[in-house]
Design a protein around this ligand. Sequence first.
Ligand code: BTN
Length: 249
Amino acid sequence: MDLRAIHHDEVDSTSERAFEALRLGTARNGDTHLAASQSAGRGRLGRRWHSAPGEGLYLSVVLLPPPPGPTQPAALTMAAGLAVLEVARGFGLRGARLKWPNDVLVHGAKLAGILVESRGYDRAAPHFVVGVGLNVAQREFPAELLAERPATSLALEGAAPPLAAVEAALLGSLGRRLAQGLRDDPRLCVEFEAALELLGAEVAVHCGDERHLGRLAGIDLVDGVTIDTGAGARSFDLAWVSAVERAGS
Ligand code: BTN
């Protein structure tokens, strides 16, 4: 699908601009709100997304699929993760990795985050807002952010592409990957599974307060995350899995 760029200067949050367009009824499928900076960029779990002017890509894509929408909205998070990973590797970051569900890391430091949201979801008129923040030109990060977790950028990893080049690459990649997620393409899971680099490894699968240990047997849109526990296979719905990580990590 083609993504249509809508450039803003400073906004509160590109995802808020996308939701506002949805509320007003002016949003179109594929509209992509990009901002030079965000005063209230947000991440998962109520975290703030550091969004200094000209240093990163901050964008939110509106998706308006035909009803009833994708069977697994988690596929959109996977699709966006794969898109960012492709772009990072395309700019030479061989060490870029995906971490379930929405992180793109380089040697354990966060390069990008993805936040897929909907509000008042109606299966008769599905909508999603896919927010992506990608660190591009930062040479340093605020201490309060580094206190939460290590962070990195394309620049810190030795790549210095202009923001416009990163934007063009990401819009192309996101358009292809999100289309795959919307049509429940089973290859998306196969590629995501490969990118996680955990197939066959001993993992911990987190679902709410529960943690299940086993060997990762596969990820797919029908069964979700399947592990071999030694006492048989167990599968967990993608929507309920909050983390899949190497056991003991
Ligand atoms: C996370 O890793 O917690 C998700 C971070 C998502 C940040 C992006 S930046 C563009 C869009 N607008 C927001 O307010 N958040 C997302």
